[in-house]
Design a protein around this ligand. Structure first.
Ligand SMILES: NC(=O)c1ccc[n+]([C@@H]2O[C@H](COP(=O)([O-])OP(=O)(O)OC[C@H]3O[C@@H](n4cnc5c(N)ncnc54)[C@H](O)[C@@H]3O)[C@@H](O)[C@H]2O)c1
Length: 373
C-alpha cells in the first residue's frame, strides 16, 4: 500500500492540506472529520461522477456530519455557465444553509470551478472541499483557489479567488476516467516539468507509460510533484500578480484554440494546452530565447504519448492568424490590448514575455503555415 502524501498550501490563515494516495474516498471521514464534524454538508457531483462515487463518499462521511445532502449538475463545460450557477445556488438555498455549511466538490475541473464559485458567493463565502476525480483536476484545478464560470465573451471571465479548506486526491478513481481525459490531464503534468523542473520532465520522458497506466507509485509521484510545484507558486503569489502567471505556460495559445472551437467538446482543455506547449517552445525558439533542441524534445514527448503538439492537428486547425490573435487579445494577461506570453528559456525555465506585437505573432503563425486572414 502506497503511503499517503501530504502537501501544505502555505497561505497563513488560509493554508490547507492536499492529501494524495490510493483508495482515499473509502476513508474520507478520517481526512475530512476536522472540517465537517457536526456541520451541514452538501456533496455535489456531476451526472457522470455522481453515479460512480457519490454513494461511497456519502456512506463514509454520513455519520460524521450533522446533515448530508447530495446534488448533481450536468457533466460538461456547459455547466460553467450563469444558468448552471444560478440553478445550483437555488437548489442549495432551497435545502437551506447557514454560514457553517460545507460544500464538497466531487468531480472534474468543471465541477470544482463551479462549486468553488458557488461557495465563494453564497452567504458571501462558505467553506468548500475539493475531491478532484479527473487527472487535470487532481494536478491543477483543485489547487489554488481559482473558481469561476465562463461568459459569452470568453472562458473563466467571471469568478473569484476562494481557497478550499482541503483537497483530497484519491488516485484510484482515475481508473474510471476515459483514456482521452487522462491524457488531457497528463498535458498539465508535462507543463510543470517544462515550466520549472527539468529533472521532472526527464523523469516523465522515462516514466510516462507507467504514469498513464496508473501504476500507483508513478501516478502518485507525478500528481505529488505537480501539486507541490503548484502549491509552492500559489504560496508566493496567490492572486497572480507575478510568478503565478508561469502556470499559464502554453495557455495563451490554448485558450485561443479553445475559443475558436467554441467549447463544443471536440477539443479538451488539456489537448489545447498540449498544442499550446509545443507552440510556446516554437515561439521561444523563433524569438531566439530557447535552443531548438529543447523545442524538439517537447514535441517528441507530446507525440510519443499521443497528445497534439501543434495547432494544425486540432479540430479547429484552419483558423487564420488574425482570428487566433483576436482571441488572444481577450486573454486575462493582456493589458490594454498588448499581449503577454509565458515562454521558456529552456526546459524547466519559463519566463514572462510582455509586449508581444501583433506583427511578430502574425509572422510566427505564417512561418508555421497558418493563413493570415
Ligand atoms: N481553477 C483552475 O485553476 C483551473 C485550472 C485548469 C483548468 N481549469 C478548468 O477545468 C476544466 C476542465 O476540467 P476537466 O478536464 O476535469 O473536465 P471535466 O470536469 O469536464 O471532466 C471531464 C469529464 O470526465 C468526467 N470524469 C471526471 N472524473 C471522472 C472519473 N474519475 N471517472 C469517470 N469520469 C470522470 C467528467 O464527468 C467529465 O465528463 C475547464 O473548465 C478548465 O477551465 C481550472
Amino acid at each position: 500500500m502506497s503511503p499517503v502524501e501530504k502537501i501544505i498550501v502555505g497561505l497563513e490563515e488560509r493554508s490547507y492540506p492536499i492529501f494524495i494516495g490510493p483508495d482515499l474516498l473509502n476513508v474520507a471521514d478520517k481526512y475530512l472529520v476536522d472540517y465537517i464534524s457536526d456541520r451541514q454538508v452538501i456533496v455535489i457531483c456531476d451526472t457522470v461522477t455522481g453515479p460512480i462515487y457519490q454513494g461511497s463518499i456519502t456512506k463514509t462521511i454520513t455519520s460524521v456530519c450533522a446533515r448530508l445532502d447530495n446534488l448533481r449538475v450536468p457533466a460538461g463545460e456547459a455547466s460553467k455557465s450563469f444558468s448552471a450557477y444560478n440553478a445550483l445556488c437555488d437548489e442549495i438555498l432551497n435545502i437551506g444553509i447557514d454560514r457553517k455549511t460545507v460544500l464538497i466538490a466531487l468531480g472534474g475541473g468543471v465541477l470544482g470551478d463551479l462549486v468553488g464559485f458557488v461557495a465563494a458567493s453564497l452567504l458571501r463565502g462558505i467553506d468548500f472541499i475539493q475531491i478532484p476525480t479527473s487527472l487535470l483536476a487532481q494536478v491543477d484545478s483543485s489547487v489554488g483557489g481559482k473558481t469561476g464560470i465562463n461568459a459569452k465573451a470568453g472562458k473563466n471571465l467571471i469568478g473569484a479567488f476562494h481557497q478550499p479548506k482541503l483537497v483530497l486526491v484519491d488516485t484510484s478513481v482515475l481508473i474510471t476516467l476515459p483514456k482521452r481525459e487522462l491524457l488531457a490531464g497528463y498535458a498539465e503534468i508535462i507543463k510543470y516539468g517544462l515550466l520549472g523542473d527539468a529533472y521532472f520532465f526527464s523523469w516523465l520522458e522515462k516514466n510516462w507509460f507507467n504514469v498513464l497506466s496508473l501504476k500507483q507509485e508513478e501516478i502518485i509521484f507525478a500528481v505529488r510533484r505537480s501539486c507541490e510545484m503548484k502549491a509552492d507558486i500559489i504560496a508566493k503569489d496567490e492572486m497572480e500578480t507575478g510568478m503565478r502567471a508561469m502556470l499559464n505556460l502554453g495557455h495563451t495559445f490554448a485558450h485561443a484554440f479553445e475559443a475558436v472551437g467554441q467549447y463544443n467538446g471536440d477539443l479538451l482543455h488539456g489537448e489545447a494546452v498540449a498544442a499550446g506547449l509545443g507552440l510556446a517552445f516554437d515561439f521561444s525558439v523563433a524569438k531566439k530565447i530557447c535552443k531548438p533542441e529543447d523545442a524538439l524534445r517537447v514535441h517528441a514527448h507530446l507525440i510519443e504519448v499521443g497528445l497534439p503538439d501543434d495547432y494544425s492537428s486540432l479540430p479547429a486547425g484552419k483558423a487564420s492568424a488574425s482570428t487566433l490573435i483576436q482571441h488572444m487579445k481577450k486573454d486575462k494577461k493582456a493589458i490594454a490590448g498588448n499581449l503577454t506570453f509565458i515562454l521558456a528559456n529552456k526546459i524547466g525555465g519559463a519566463c514572462v514575455m510582455p509586449n508581444i506585437s501583433e506583427n511578430e505573432l502574425t509572422t510566427f503563425f505564417m512561418a508555421k503555415g497558418v493563413n493570415h486572414v
